[in-house]
Design a protein around this ligand. Structure first.
Ligand code: 3Y8
Ligand code: NAP
Length: 251
């Protein structure tokens, strides 16, 4: 059966992989959840929207005759990653995850690592400060229990309704982000603390370098646990697996 790769995307790594697949003429599809208005354009066909749980993804793999499944979603996208493990097994389609190593503290970093978003909210108890919430939109409601701060919010799309935080500034921007831009953003808004997910990758780490340069504390949310699966952290490793796994499939 001709090779056809489904890439579960939404990250810089997914885009880099899709570019490499297109360059070498591989057939494939990039899938987005549909979280933002207009995801960036890609050199391979794109599908947007949920599959309908494990059953929907399993059915998609079969109906579209997918031969290889690559989970290149964000480390905090835990539901889709669990679904990919189950659907790949159910449909008999080999799965590999393309992920990126978590960031590690360097000298000069003032990190306060917490296990989840709830603990990040709890860590904000206390006197009002100017807090850069670089977590996107989906996590904002949790911070409504700490309304005393002035929040600087970076969102991909304009909010589609009232924000759950009384005192905030919205900055609209889609990464990947650069050091100079994040440094000036944090200076302009008098940011005193940063809250971020340990997403890893290069597209989101500029804010950590800017916080280090400004000597600011960072509340960093540790990654959630993900199911066991084959994992690599480079596009080349995925391409090698695709070539090898195809050979495997004959066995
Ligand atoms: C829809 C599709 C590419 C991918 C680029 C990466 C880098 C820039 C940095 C900050 C942190 C955050 C957020 C972030 C980054 C890359 C990558 C990355 C963080 C787009 C995109 C989609 C999303 C979804 C979006 C979430 C949000 C998270 C914003 C495309 C731009 C905070 C994660 O408004 C919303 O509903 C946004 C939702 C999930 C997390 C959240 O909980 O709000 N990503 N981001 C994907 C889909 O529909 O399937 O337009 O490119 C992709 C990218 N965002 O191809 O170049 O690889 O991580 N995305 C975090 O890391 O904490 C911003 O502001 O410093
Ligand atoms: P999630 O909580 O793991 O997934 C929730 C549901 O969204 C999934 O069950 C699935 O719906 C759908 N979904 C998620 N990713 C999908 C994809 N690539 N293609 C098709 N459907 C998808 O995921 P999330 O945290 O909401 O993230 C959504 C997207 O944004 C992902 O592509 C992720 O890579 C990207 N992103 C997330 C973050 C983050 O901080 N979470 C950061 C950067 C980028 P069904 O069950 O109906 O199939």
């Amino acid at each position: 059966m001709a090779r056809k790769v489904l890439v579960l995307g939404g990250t810089s790594e997914a885009s880099n992989l899709v570019g490499a697949l297109a360059d070498r003429g591989d057939a494939g599809v990039l899938s987005y959840a549909g979280r933002v208005g207009a995801p960036r354009t890609q050199p391979l066909p794109v599908r947007i929207g949920g599959f309908g749980g494990v059953a929907g993804l399993t059915e998609y793999l079969r109906a579209e005759r997918i031969t290889h499944l690559v989970d290149a979603t964000h480390p905090f996208a835990t539901r889709i990653s669990g679904n990919a493990v189950e659907a790949g097994a159910a449909a008999g389609v080999p799965l590999i995850a393309l992920t990126r190593p978590p960031w590690r503290p360097q000298s000069g970093d003032r990190w306060h690592e917490v296990p989840d978003i709830g603990a990040a909210v709890a860590a904000l108890t206390g006197a009002p400060r100017r807090v850069f919430l670089a977590l996107g939109r989906l996590n904002l409601p949790a911070f409504a229990t700490q309304p005393q701060h002035h929040y600087v919010l970076r969102l991909v799309d304009p909010p589609d309704g009232p924000l759950p935080l009384p005192d905030c500034t919205v900055v609209l921007a889609r990464g990947p982000f650069e050091f100079a831009g994040d440094l000036s953003l944090m200076r302009t808004h008098g940011v005193q603390m940063v809250v971020a997910k340990n997403a890893g990758g290069v597209g989101a780490e500029a804010k950590l370098h800017a916080a280090r340069a400004l000597g600011l504390p960072v509340i960093l949310v540790r990654r959630p646990a993900l199911p066991a699966r084959r994992e690599v952290d480079s596009v080349d490793a995925v391409l090698r697996w695709l070539d090898h796994a195809s050979a495997d499939r004959g066995v």
